[in-house]
Design a protein. Structure first.
Length: 275
């Protein structure tokens, strides 16, 4: 379970100026690395750049107090499940359990899902599939310090540019009082019931608390709609809305699992998983 202060989010339609197009290139002037050895030096360099971009002194202090997240690096290097076949992946992630629980939640929270579908055009299935896959419906939200995880990945050379954007977003959220500096979540800095990264909170947060299921599902629906979801269209591979699911996670097997689980929750035929 996530501990610490609630994660408060507000509706924001565009990134802060601190995330303008030049920010990543400038931030990369801080020397990335592949071990913990250079992390303290990198923090000093990055803090100077962040300070120049207007990040507040208390938030800079929080950044300087981060520690190298060894567990995050191990998780980032060890994502072997994404190389499994779809059948194997569904078995490993408990696809049948997610489907059964998702169907029950669809019934017990029918009013919530009806209002979300009316507002965003997203049916319950893919939202429940994401919720179940990401956190087992809120039961597994992680206990990693979010700022340390994101800072470590911004420092790490493997995906420095991508996580530099996430780190600037996290610092912006802390400056605005939206995210606590000691917020905790999953290994890559994801937080809440459906696991939003900091930049996605800035872009797609719709209000409320991401640790609250209803608020998280509404923000997730907003994310999918913002990535081109069209009401009434299909969301299986090759159909119009599958691209929105692809935007949620880059791993092809994960995308197909969400689509298949969502289809079965929504009452579609239980098709065989294709490898």
């Amino acid at each position: 379970m996530t501990t610490g202060d609630p994660i408060k989010i507000i509706a924001i339609t565009s990134l802060s100026l601190v995330l303008h197009a030049g920010s990543v290139n400038t931030a990369r002037a801080a020397q990335c690395g592949s071990t913990a050895a250079g992390f303290e030096t990198w923090k000093q360099q990055f803090a100077n750049e962040a300070r120049a971009r207007g990040v507040s002194a208390p938030t800079i202090t929080a950044l300087m107090e981060t520690t190298y997240a060894t567990a995050t690096i191990a998780a980032d290097r060890g994502q072997k499940s994404f190389r499994l076949s779809l059948d194997q992946f569904l078995a490993k992630r408990g696809g049948s359990v997610i489907i059964a629980r998702g169907r029950a939640l669809k019934q017990s929270h029918a009013g919530l899902f009806a209002s979300i579908e009316q507002r965003f055009g997203i049916p319950p299935g893919p939202l429940l599939a994401i919720w179940g896959m990401e956190t087992a419906f809120g039961r597994q939200r992680g206990n990693q310090n979010t700022l340390s995880a994101v800072a470590t990945l911004a420092y790490d050379c493997r995906r420095s540019a991508y996580f530099t954007e996430q780190l600037y977003a996290a610092l912006t959220l802390i400056d605005r009082g939206i995210l606590s500096a000691d917020a905790r979540g999953s290994m890559h800095g994801e937080i809440g019931q459906t696991q939003f990264l900091p930049k996605s909170i800035l872009n797609y947060g719709t209000g409320g608390n991401l640790d609250n299921a209803a608020d998280a599902l509404i923000s997730t629906a907003n994310f999918l709609r913002a990535h081109g979801w069209r009401a009434g269209e299909g969301y299986q591979p090759g159909e119009a809305n599958f691209k929105a699911i692809q935007a949620w996670n880059a791993a092809p097997v994960y995308q197909r699992a969400i689509a298949l689980i969502g289809q079965q929750i929504d009452g579609g035929e239980a098709t065989s998983a294709r490898r």
